[in-house]
Design a protein around this ligand. Structure first.
Ligand SMILES: C[S@@+](CC[C@H](N)C(=O)[O-])C[C@H]1O[C@@H](n2cnc3c(N)ncnc32)[C@H](O)[C@@H]1O
Length: 347
């Protein structure tokens, strides 16, 4: 079967639109991950990236081949499956792209070689790959990680979340943001062991997965600073974490995201860019949950945002929840905005 994505064309034995951790093995091309690959390329383009990339878990090779063609940097595509390597070779030839193709356990490869960008895109949890992934990124380089084990990361399987990520999450409107922050904390722990810190460039949840891009920064002081920002946090009556309490995105990077028009997700990325640019506040308030708790009708979100802004606060939508508002207003002011009371001068 032939699939076209970005500026490449690939052949695969199976095309899927599967959301969630894949249940079966075998090489396949997942349409549900086009946005994930588009944003990866848009981010590398925004950095004028020229270093060496590792697509550590290549499958059909689509991600690495797109990076080679669309970013134009040297790429290594790896997969431990012999079948996958055959498809990657075929697809590299099909697109006339010169890439290095390796058949290794990615954990071994990352302890032997370093790269300027490493992409970890496993079936399910990235937790078993984090120590090697951090070790295999050159200081100053970028690590991109996908997690599809969202039932764990978002707290549906609370004990498993503790085992895999050493953190507590709770199902509900806040689980997505907290899950992203829990994953970032796991990356911080691995980086700190190597006297490195992280700078999140972009962190989000989308459909059935979480994706984070972080820059690895060398230095014990940087590592200390990152470790300090891992805390347990109380939010709307529940304790979450320990999790990353720092910024989710580098706003400069977000502003520079400029997806080429040929990308299928160009419009979605542009829309999200404006939301991501204002998300560096911890937590948000879900207007639906607050209205339900207060026994009032659900107000239009834009009204709540306007009244908070009119009262002099920052207030923005968040990609984590369509009815959520990120704001620096005190909780009391948010409750009043939801119930339609005046909040001017309330602080
Ligand atoms: C979810 S797929 C990757 C999809 C691909 N990155 C894309 O964007 O289409 C995961 C791949 O990782 C490979 N894999 C799993 N564990 C691995 C390991 N320890 N080392 C190398 N490859 C591994 C599997 O063979 C599979 O092809």
């Amino acid at each position: 079967m032939i699939a076209r994505e970005g500026l490449v064309e690939i052949e695969v034995p199976r095309i899927s639109g599967e959301k969630g951790p894949a249940k079966s093995g075998g090489v396949f091309y997942n349409r549900a991950m086009v946005f994930n690959r588009d944003i990866t390329i848009a981010l590398l383009l925004s950095q004028n990236f020229r270093g060496t990339c590792l697509d550590g878990m290549g499958a059909s090779g689509v991600r690495g081949l797109r990076i080679a063609r669309e970013v134009g940097c040297p790429v290594v595509i790896n997969d431990w499956s012999a079948e996958a390597v055959e498809w990657i070779k075929k697809n590299a030839r099909r697109n006339a792209l010169e890439v290095e193709i390796t058949r290794r356990n990615v954990n071994a490869l990352l302890h032997e070689r370093k790269f300027d960008y490493v992409d970890i895109d496993p079936y399910g949890s990235p937790a078993p790959y984090l120590p090697a992934a951090v070790a295999g990124v050159r200081a100053g380089g970028i690590l991109g990680i996908t997690a599809t084990d969202t039932a764990v990361l978002f707290g549906t399987y609370a004990r498993k979340c503790l085992r895999r990520y050493f953190a507590r999450n709770h199902r509900g409107p806040y689980s997505r943001e907290m899950g992203v922050r829990i994953l970032l904390a796991s990356v911080v722990r691995e980086a700190a062991r190597l006297d490195m810190g992280i700078r999140p460039l972009l962190s989000f949840s989308h459909d059935h997965y979480v994706r984070v891009f972080v820059r690895l920064e060398r230095g014990a002081a940087k590592a200390d600073e990152c470790v300090e920002s891992i805390k347990e946090m109380e939010w709307e009556g529940k304790i979450y974490g320990p999790l990353w309490t720092g910024d989710l995105h580098d706003v400069e990077v977000v502003h520079r995201l400029n997806p080429p028009d040929y990308m299928e997700s160009a419009e979605t990325i542009r829309e999200l860019r404006d939301i991501w640019a204002n998300e560096n506040i911890f937590g948000f308030y879900d207007t639906v949950s607050i209205a339900a708790a207060m026994g009032v009708d659900i107000p239009p979100i834009r009204h709540v945002i306007s009244s908070l802004r009119d009262a002099g606060y920052r207030a923005h939508r968040t990609h984590f929840c369509p009815t959520g508002i990120k704001t620096d207003a005190p909780r009391e002011a948010v409750l009043r905005a939801v119930t339609g009371e005046s909040i001017s001068g309330s602080d």
